[in-house]
Ligand binder design. Structure first.
Ligand SMILES: N[C@@H](CCC(=O)N[C@@H](CS)C(=O)NCC(=O)O)C(=O)O
Length: 232
């Protein structure tokens, strides 16, 4: 039995974490039976979600989950792609994960208005008296993570400019294809969908929302793939 540990639906998307949504979609693409359980970050092998249990084998990190599915079940998420196309798909995947993801984190966690519209709800289970302290500590850690990664050293406008460039290139490359790499979905579509759906979350105010929403093909891609992979 495969169990995927995630955060669960929030903010109008199947998971507030693009990485959890990516892992969910990979499992659906693989056609494997699985169940989901709430992640416990204290028990997570790498302290982050998603992580997965496959008959007693624990795998942490969405990309290692992909590798596990490929190696254990003989799945090639990029079947039919040439080596060059696989390279392009991988590059877009990492653009989403190592660039756009951090712009999303910055806008949700460091902008007070956005934090109060979304992430604040993750702290509802914390006793009211301790809540402000826990919120302060977690947001301070997110600020440190962003500083370490680099985006936390930029202004909100600079991050908006970097994200807009990435979004424009993603939209240009997608063009009028149904999936990132053509007529068939590939591995990268899992994080591209998760990223585009996260960027289009309209409870958050950011330059990225407008930068994404102005591309009709990205909006249509999100709508189409959500119906295909997350009809519920
Ligand atoms: N490289 C990891 C990243 C996972 C990740 O950053 N997960 C975030 C949620 S989006 C998390 O669990 N953060 C909790 C923390 O850092 O304490 C992957 O691909 O799974």
């Amino acid at each position: 039995m495969i169990t995927l540990y995630t955060f669960g639906p929030a903010f109008g998307v199947p998971d507030p974490s693009p990485y959890c949504m990516k892992a969910l979609m990979l499992l659906k693409m693989a056609g494997l039976e699985f169940r989901t359980q709430p992640a416990n970050l204290r028990k997570a092998p790498k302290g982050k979600a998603p992580y997965m249990d496959d008959n007693g084998t624990r795998i942490a990190d969405s990309t290692f989950i992909r590798f596990h599915l490929e190696n254990t079940y003989g799945i090639d998420f990029d079947a039919g792609l040439s080596d060059t196309e696989r390279a392009v798909a991988w590059t877009f995947e990492k653009l989403c994960e190592d660039n756009l993801y951090w712009a999303i984190v910055y806008s949700r966690w460091l902008n007070d208005e956005n934090f109060n519209a979304g992430p604040v709800q993750f702290f509802q289970a914390v006793p009211a008296l301790m809540r402000p302290f826990v919120v302060f500590m977690v947001r301070r850690q997110v600020r440190r993570d962003l500083k370490g990664q680099g985006f936390g050293r930029h202004s909100e406008a600079e991050i908006g400019a970097l994200a807009t460039r990435a979004i424009d290139h993603l939209a240009a490359y997608l063009g009028d294809k149904p999936y990132l790499m053509g007529d068939k979905p590939c591995g990268a579509d899992a994080i591209v969908l998760a990223t585009v759906a996260s960027l289009l979350c309209d409870i958050f105010v950011s330059p990225m929302l407008g930068a994404t929403a102005k591309h009709n093909n990205l909006v249509a891609y999100r709508d189409r793939l959500m119906v295909e992979y997350f009809p519920d």
